[in-house]
Design a protein around this ligand. Structure first.
Ligand code: FAD
Length: 357
């Protein structure tokens, strides 16, 4: 089964000095595969210096835009983001997997909801996709966006957000918090941490009126916001997270060599693309994904850090532990879904199905 599809770059627009918005067009035959839900991401593959990289980028357009666009912010020393910012050009063809991710809430056209969204830096991309969609699909709902950046010239999609605010008067409020730039009110200068959020909740945002919160940004900011929301009675079922990065990322080649170890083994049965295979994997030190890849199975993957959900599969039998999970929700865990890059067997046998979505 073709997991990756070609996408033609039809426009590259500088957003800030360090970020670009890239518009992509699938081939006519693949249009259906690239229909997306607001807040989803695409996983790209690219060979750089002989190594296959996979990186995910969130879709920043809304479901009614009839456009597929991502925003890529350059990370210092980052392989893919620098390539995308400096070398990629209109007319080039890139390879991506169909949209994935659960950073959304089902649309309720008749409802009158208050959304609170927090974005830090490039974390605005999926949030912008949510905003663009909700403003059209839920005409009675309102959104407050708290958007944290280093300084005014690093704000991605600044004009687009202003335009949306003006078009949908009274339905979109935007509070910019800038780490380095002084603003009229000191509340809007500095980092978005626990203290700042408490102050925002004391006068600017009424947490009691929030129906649903979305957070995408650096991990410490996300944790501080989630804690403040919980303290104000907004439980996890009403908070959605999207994390872009953790300190963990395992190297594919190193993992493959671990699979050659001679220690005790576990029987791993994997169903992928309609085919079931059994293999032996080491009891310790190797994830289900690494074992599958080392056996030349074309299992899906991207971040290898428990952050995205590209490698999600369902465990049908056997005990396991998840080393990290920043992507799956409690209900998915209860149904037996795992991130195979973080899944390690605990017993003698593990049965995993990648085909159950
Ligand atoms: C679900 C998901 C959605 C994402 N959406 C977007 C998006 O819309 N826009 C976007 O710009 N990025 C997004 N990312 C992050 C993106 O996938 C890459 O991790 C990022 O662009 C860095 O890749 P790189 O190859 O340039 O850097 P690498 O070569 O992987 O890393 C180079 C150095 O940068 C550090 N680093 C890696 N990622 C980050 C980061 N995000 N911030 C700061 N430092 C980092 C690494 O620790 C390393 O030291 C998303 C990630 C996930 C998991």
């Amino acid at each position: 089964m073709a997991r990756f599809f070609p996408l033609t770059v039809t426009e590259i627009r500088p957003e800030t000095r360090d970020a670009v918005a890239i518009t992509l067009t699938p081939a006519e035959a693949d249009r259906e595969a690239f229909r997306y839900v607001q807040g989803q991401y695409l996983t790209f593959r690219k060979e750089i210096d002989g190594e296959e990289l996979r990186r995910s980028y969130s879709i920043c357009t809304g479901v009614d835009d009839n456009t597929l666009r991502i925003g890529v912010k350059r990370v210092q020393g980052g392989a893919f983001s620098n390539w995308a910012n400096t070398e990629l050009k209109p007319g080039d063809v890139v390879e991506a997997m169909p949209p994935a991710g659960e950073f959304n809430a089902p649309i309720e056209p008749e409802s009158d909801r208050n959304y609170l969204m927090f974005a830090g830096g490039s974390g605005i991309t999926p949030v912008l996709g949510l905003i663009r969609t909700l403003l059209l699909r839920e005409p009675r709902s309102r959104i407050t966006l708290v958007y944290a950046n280093r300084s005014v010239n690093t704000i991605m999609f600044r004009e687009e957000l202003e335009d949306l605010k003006n078009i949908h008067l009274g339905r979109l409020a935007i509070l910019h918090v800038l780490e380095n730039d002084t603003q009229d009110l000191d509340l809007f200068t500095g980092r978005v941490d626990g203290a700042k959020i408490k102050r925002l909740f004391n006068g600017w945002i009424d947490p009691q009126s929030v129906d649903m919160a979305f957070i995408c940004g650096p991990e410490p900011m996300m944790l501080a916001i989630a804690e403040a929301l919980r303290e104000n009675g907004i439980d996890n079922s009403r908070i959605k997270f999207e994390l872009f990065k953790t300190a963990l990322r395992r190297n594919g080649k190193a993992a493959a060599s671990v699979v050659e170890d001679d220690g005790p083994k576990v029987e791993l049965t994997i169903t992928l693309d309609g085919t079931t295979r059994s293999l032996q994997m080491p009891r310790k030190g190797v994830s289900v994904l690494e074992a599958a890849l080392a056996s030349d199975m074309d299992a899906p993957w991207s971040c290898r850090a428990g952050v995205c959900s590209t490698c999600r599969a369902k465990v049908l039998e056997g005990e396991f532990e998840l080393e990290a999970n920043y992507a799956l929700e409690d209900y998915e865990i209860e149904q037996g879904y795992v991130l195979t890059c973080q899944c390690h067997p605990l017993g003698d046998k593990l049965v995993v199905d990648y085909d159950q979505h």
